[in-house]
Design a protein around this ligand. Structure first.
Ligand code: TXA
Ligand code: MG
Length: 354
């Protein structure tokens, strides 16, 4: 069914509550609303209503075994949604909420299986974004929200990205401008005795361990995605090809000089075959590449800026006529692990060491 998608611009410094109410009304009417969070844009629906959650899967083309995250606006809203809150989880919530951390706990009766993809656990997050928090509060229910992209595509970091994927499928997008962090929240599973990170993000293993006062494991399936490409990850969504631009993407690692040389040689070969080539480099390297479309992802040493631009750059290539994209790797800094987790999947694990 086609519906007109309204873009509602909101200033996050000065929230117009009438605009929020309009969006919250859609949520109460079991419709979908896209909204900004500090990580990426979410595609929201009433998380306690199976019919509303089902619409999320339809709009995204998402497999129904892939569970959704419930977003809350006050810490106490978690209580009716879970069986119990272990001490370690409470410490993490106190330290990092509102913020880019999703926790997994055993679900209570009131959380429908449609929301959790059939699992007995539920993922919950309190986002650190005034528009998201206002929308949740006005809607009066936890909001189930995956990233607001078509399943498999890069997550949206701007309202325009959401419009590209969701126009005609949802009634409304709250446009709060470009998001801050740019990659999805860290997911940490507290439903077993030993906490485990299922998806790396801005909040790192070190940060979590310091706060919860015990070791925090990392799901081996995300630890080194090249060696473990065959292992089933514990977060169902991490098993799908994901975050991918339309053109093939190949990562190239090694010393900067070797990487530039290798990519330029590949560009020459591809040109002889009549292909056009894109390159993702940094501010320091872009001028050295002879590709048809060369984009910088940010400064070499600024992992925060690289995370912020990652999906925007991948999506920009979808508007360019390139057959193939070569990218440097961006492993350094606190966000390097999370950036490479996403980029490696976007490349379908294609990586060349030179
Ligand atoms: O930053 C974020 O987390 C964004 C914003 C919108 O909040 N949301 C987001 O949602 O990234 P989504 O649906 O794109 O990713 C959620 C991930 C999926 O990989 C899913 O499989 C996993 O969380 N997940 C959800 N519930 C789970 C559960 N009970 N057990 C294991 N993994 C779960
Ligand atoms: Mg997603």
């Amino acid at each position: 069914m086609y519906m007109k998608t309204e873009m509602i611009k909101i200033d996050q410094q000065q929230i117009n509550i009438e605009k929020i109410r309009k969006a919250a009304k859609w949520i109460r009417e079991k419709e979908l609303v896209a909204f900004p969070t500090e990580t990426v844009y979410g595609l929201g629906a009433n998380g306690l209503d199976p019919e509303a959650s089902a619409k999320i899967y339809a709009a995204k083309g998402r497999p129904s075994d892939n569970p959704l995250i419930l977003h809350i606006s006050k810490q106490e809203q978690i209580e009716p949604l879970v069986m119990e809150i272990p001490q370690a989880a409470k410490k993490a919530m106190d330290a990092f909420w509102p913020g880019p951390m999703t926790i997994i706990l055993k679900k209570s009766e009131i959380v429908p299986m449609q929301t959790t993809g059939g699992l007995q656990t539920v993922a919950i997050r309190m986002p650190n974004h005034p528009i998201a928090l206002a929308l949740i509060t006005e809607s009066g229910c936890p909001i189930a929200a995956p990233s607001a992209n078509t399943s498999g595509r890069p997550s949206p970091t701007r309202a325009e990205h959401v419009y590209e994927d969701m126009s005609g499928k949802i009634p409304c997008i709250l446009d709060g401008g470009m998001v801050g962090i740019g990659i999805e929240s860290t997911i940490i599973d507290f439903s077993n005795e030993k906490p485990m990170i299922l998806r790396p993000g801005w909040i790192t293993q070190d940060m979590l361990e310091e706060v919860v006062g015990m070791p925090v494991a990392i799901d081996p399936a995300v630890l080194d995605s090249r060696k473990t490409a065959g292992i089933a990850p514990k977060a169902p969504g991490m098993k799908y090809k994901h975050y991918a631009p339309k053109a093939d993407l190949i990562l190239v690692s090694g010393s900067e000089k070797d990487v530039i040389e290798y990519i330029n040689q590949k560009i020459e070969e591809r040109h002889l075959q009549g292909q056009t080539v894109g390159v993702i480099g940094t501010d320091e390297t872009v001028s050295f590449y002879r590709g048809d479309v060369v984009m910088s992802i940010g400064k070499r040493n600024s992992d925060q800026t690289i995370a912020h631009h990652l999906y925007d750059v991948l999506r920009k290539f979808d508007h360019e006529e390139v057959n193939i994209i070569y990218s440097q790797v961006f492993e350094s800094g606190k966000n390097g692990f999370a950036i490479m987790n996403r980029l490696t999947k976007a490349a379908g694990y294609e990586r060349v060491e030179v």
